[in-house]
Design a protein around this ligand. Structure first.
Ligand SMILES: [Fe+2]
Length: 338
C-alpha cells in the first residue's frame, strides 16, 4: 500500500514545489472545482485535487511525513472525526475561520471544520402523497407498507440519521423503528440518493430519503435531463420540523498533519470559510452555508425552511457504530422480504 501511495502521488510531489495546495478529497471534483477556481483567481495560488472515494485516511497515514496532502475535504461528521482520530490532521487556530464558522460546526481544538450543512429529508411523491409534513418516526408506520425507497442502510448518510435516532430514542426503540422501516420498503435498498427520487418518478415507491442538495442538482442537471423529471416528481418534506427538527450532517475540511504548504493551505481554508466561498457552496452546490447570515440559494429556499435538529454532531458520531451494527442485525439492506 505504501509503494502504491508514493508512486501515484508523484504528480502531486512535483506540484508541491510550486506552492500548490494539494487537496485530498472525498468530495467529487465537480463539486469543489468552482470553489478552487475562485480561490486561484483571488490569490494566484494553484490547487491540485486528488479525489478518493475510499481509503483517504489510510493513504495519508501511509504516506506519513512525506505526504503531499495539505487540505482534506470530506462530507460526513463520521469521516471528519475519523481523520482526526487517525492522527492525520493538525490544529488550525485562525481568527478568520473561527469567526466565520460557528462553534457547533467545528472541532474545539481546530482539528476539523464544518463548511456546509445538508438536511436528510424525505422525498415524497407529488402525485401520491398528500401530506406536507412527516416525521422520521412515521416512516415505520404500516400505512407506508411497500412504499419507501432507501439507499443502503450502511451508507454514511443513513448511518448518521440512524445514529441520531439512537441518540433520541435509545437503541431498543430505534431498533423497533428500523424493523418497521424495513417492513415498509418497496425494494431492496440500492442506488444513491438520486435513485430514490427516480424510484418515486417511476412509481416504484412513494417516499424516499435523501439529502437536500441532490434535489437542486437534479433540477439543474443539463447533462442528464431525465433527472429533472425525477426531481419534478417529488416534493421535499422536512421531517420533524414541528418538533426537534430535521437531521443535518456536514461537509468540512481539515489541515493535513504534515501539510508541506501550510501557509497556502491555511489561505485556502480561510477562503472556504469566507462569504465568497460560502455563497458558491449555496448557489452551485445547493448546500446550506455555515457562515451566519450567508444566503441559501433561491431554489433551496423554495423547498421550504429547514429547522435543523440541534443534537450535537459529536453525539451523532458516538452512535454510528451501534447504528451500523443495527442495520446488519435488522437486515435492513436485505429488503422487505427477508
Ligand atoms: Fe452527497
Amino acid at each position: 500500500m505504501i509503494a502504491m501511495g508514493v508512486a501515484s502521488s508523484a504528480g502531486l510531489n512535483a506540484a508541491q514545489a510550486e506552492g500548490t495546495v494539494n487537496v485530498y478529497s472525498y468530495r467529487q471534483p465537480f463539486l469543489i472545482q468552482p470553489l478552487l477556481d475562485a480561490f486561484t483567481e483571488k490569490t494566484g495560488i494553484d490547487t491540485e485535487v486528488l479525489f478518493l472515494d475510499k481509503g483517504l485516511e489510510d493513504r495519508i497515514a501511509a504516506e506519513g511525513e512525506n505526504s503531499p496532502a495539505d487540505v482534506i475535504l470530506t462530507v460526513d461528521i463520521g469521516r471528519l472525526i475519523n481523520v482526526e482520530e487517525k492522527g492525520i490532521t493538525q490544529t488550525v487556530d485562525s481568527e478568520t475561520i473561527n469567526e466565520n464558522i460557528p462553534a457547533e460546526f467545528r472541532d474545539p481544538e481546530g482539528q476539523w471544520f464544518g463548511l456546509t450543512t445538508r438536511g436528510r429529508v424525505v422525498y415524497a411523491s407529488k402525485d401520491r402523497v398528500e401530506q406536507d409534513t412527516i416525521t422520521y418516526e412515521e416512516l415505520a408506520d404500516p400505512k407506508w407498507k411497500g412504499k419507501i425507497c432507501l439507499r443502503s442502510g450502511q451508507h454514511m448518510y443513513n448511518i448518521a440519521l440512524f445514529a441520531s435516532m439512537i441518540a433520541h430514542h435509545g437503541e431498543e426503540k430505534a431498533e423497533e423503528w428500523m424493523k418497521g422501516l424495513k417492513a415498509n420498503l418497496a425494494r431492496k435498498p440500492n442506488g444513491n440518493d438520486r435513485a430514490q427520487a427516480q424510484g418515486i418518478y417511476s412509481g416504484e415507491c412513494d417516499l424516499g430519503i435523501g439529502n437536500t442538495y441532490y434535489v437542486g442538482k437534479m433540477l439543474t442537471n443539463e447533462e442528464e435531463p431525465e433527472q429533472k423529471e425525477w426531481a419534478n416528481a417529488i416534493k421535499v418534506l422536512f421531517p420533524n420540523s414541528e418538533e426537534r427538527g430535521t437531521h443535518v450532517n456536514i461537509s468540512g475540511m481539515a489541515m493535513a498533519k504534515h501539510a508541506p504548504n501550510r501557509e497556502n493551505a491555511l489561505k485556502l481554508m480561510e477562503f472556504l470559510a469566507s462569504a465568497e466561498a460560502q455563497s458558491i457552496y449555496a448557489e452551485e452546490n445547493f448546500e446550506y452555508p455555515v457562515l451566519p447570515g450567508a444566503e441559501v440559494s433561491e431554489m433551496v429556499k423554495s423547498f421550504g425552511e429547514i429547522k435543523p435538529d440541534s443534537l450535537p454532531l459529536e453525539e451523532i458520531a458516538k452512535h454510528r457504530k451501534a447504528a451500523s451494527e443495527m442495520v446488519d442485525r435488522v437486515g435492513l439492506d436485505e429488503g422487505p422480504e427477508s
